[in-house]
Design a protein around this ligand. Structure first.
Ligand SMILES: NC(=O)c1ccc[n+]([C@@H]2O[C@H](COP(=O)([O-])OP(=O)(O)OC[C@H]3O[C@@H](n4cnc5c(N)ncnc54)[C@H](OP(=O)(O)O)[C@@H]3O)[C@@H](O)[C@H]2O)c1
Length: 246
């Protein structure tokens, strides 16, 4: 781990949600691109597997809703690139039937943790007058879909936060990017849909792959510091069929 705020030769990236899906693909791609990668997530087995695949990656087993744990991990850790990617999809359904506990957890993981993590990292970036903060938002922030009201709200808040953060931080040379994915084939629905329903969801080549998103991230980070890709949308080329259709 690279501690302290001095100038270093490698670029470091702290990625949340790195045990699976989009975050894992970004961790692998940035490690391959020469970054020192801190891969955060709760799943210890998944972190071990990731490290076996890419031994240079530093695993960080953490629940990002645990504020004290986040603070203690981030004390003095040198971070050039922060990827606020971890997120959950609560059970799909009409908002009127949504459990209060699911509302709380979705707000905590998708929104509060990302804001807190950003607050912990921004001062060192401001001091160095450089840095890049990336958020994984969602197309659900920018278009209305039924059955995902609170998820959409968290992602719309992330979009607003990213835009306002850029207005605060670009004067310090800090770039902010909002990733806006459409359907990506990941484990996002693992707790709420069975394997068959998930397979049906991704059948017919209607999903982007996590590695495609990661390639975009590597590309935008490689641009000169004077160029800030403020947002990119990445959608399946073929239209997603309405649910229930073949
Ligand atoms: N897949 C899509 O179609 C899609 C579309 C638009 C946006 N997104 C967004 O993309 C991001 C990544 O999701 P994904 O699709 O790659 O899903 P995924 O495969 O389920 O990955 C989600 C990641 O979030 C982590 N996570 C969840 N709760 C956490 C917690 N309390 N503490 C720490 N880590 C936590 C998970 O790690 P652990 O379980 O190991 O903690 C996992 O690594 C999310 O923000 C999601 O909303 C996805």
């Amino acid at each position: 781990m690279i501690k302290g705020k001095w100038k270093i030769d490698v670029t470091t990236a702290f990625i949340t949600g790195a045990t699976s899906g989009i975050g894992r693909a970004i961790a692998v791609a940035l490690s391959d691109a020469g970054y020192e990668v801190y891969a955060a997530g709760r799943g210890k087995a998944a972190l071990k597997e990731l490290q076996a695949e890419r031994p240079r990656i530093v695993p960080i087993a953490i629940d990002i809703t645990d504020r004290e744990a986040l603070e203690s991990v981030l004390t003095d850790l040198h971070i050039d690139v922060l990827v606020n990617n971890a997120g959950i999809m609560p059970p799909l359904g009409n908002f009127a039937d949504m459990k209060l506990a699911d509302i709380d957890t979705t707000l905590e993981v998708n929104l509060s943790a990302a804001i807190l993590l950003t607050r912990l990292v921004v001062p060192q970036m401001r001091e160095r007058q450089s840095g890049h903060i990336i958020f994984t938002g969602s197309s659900a922030a920018h278009a209305a879909f039924p059955n995902v009201a609170v998820y959409s709200a968290t992602k719309a808040a992330i979009a607003g936060f990213a835009a306002a953060l850029r207005a605060d931080l670009s004067q310090y040379g800090i770039r902010v990017t909002e990733i806006v994915p459409g359907r990506v084939e990941t484990q996002l629905y693992r707790d709420i849909l069975d394997a068959e329903a998930r397979a049906a969801m991704y059948a017919g080549n209607v999903a982007v792959q996590p590695e495609d998103v990661a390639r975009m991230v590597v590309t935008l980070l490689a641009l000169p510091a004077s160029a800030d890709v403020t947002r990119f949308d990445i959608m399946p080329t073929r239209p997603v069929p309405p649910s229930g259709s073949k």
